[in-house]
Design a protein. Structure first.
Length: 115
């Protein structure tokens, strides 16, 4: 997962910050970038949840069913992670929350790329 994250970082910087990168390639890569970025994020949430669950089950053991304070903390942390992941996924995939550039910003970017 770390290698994929590093590749996303490098290609994201090259694709979106390098001024001579063609717009058609940027548009094509944006969909791939969003997909893999979302997949990495959801996999990280899943890794956190499985790690917390494993630690809780090995530490607390058979007393987990009685919900001691540590078990309540683990459950609350798990719910918080799932809610954070769900809200973040919703915001990144919903088109009504996409950032739109004003015409002045767009013109400024075009002027910079021609230099």
């Amino acid at each position: 997962m770390a290698a994929l994250t590093n590749q996303m970082l490098v290609f994201g910087f090259l694709g979106f910050l390098y001024p001579k990168f063609p717009d058609a390639l940027r548009a094509a890569y944006l969909k791939v970038h969003v997909f893999f970025g979302t997949a990495i994020f959801l996999l990280a949430i899943a890794a956190c949840l499985t790690g917390i669950t494993e630690k809780a089950l090995w530490t607390i053991g058979s007393v987990y069913g009685n919900l001691p304070p540590v078990a309540l903390l683990v459950n609350c942390l798990g719910v918080a992670l799932v809610l954070h992941g769900g809200v973040t996924y919703f915001l990144t995939t919903n088109d009504s929350f996409k950032q739109t550039a004003s015409s002045e910003e767009h013109q400024e970017l075009l002027d910079r790329s021609k230099q």
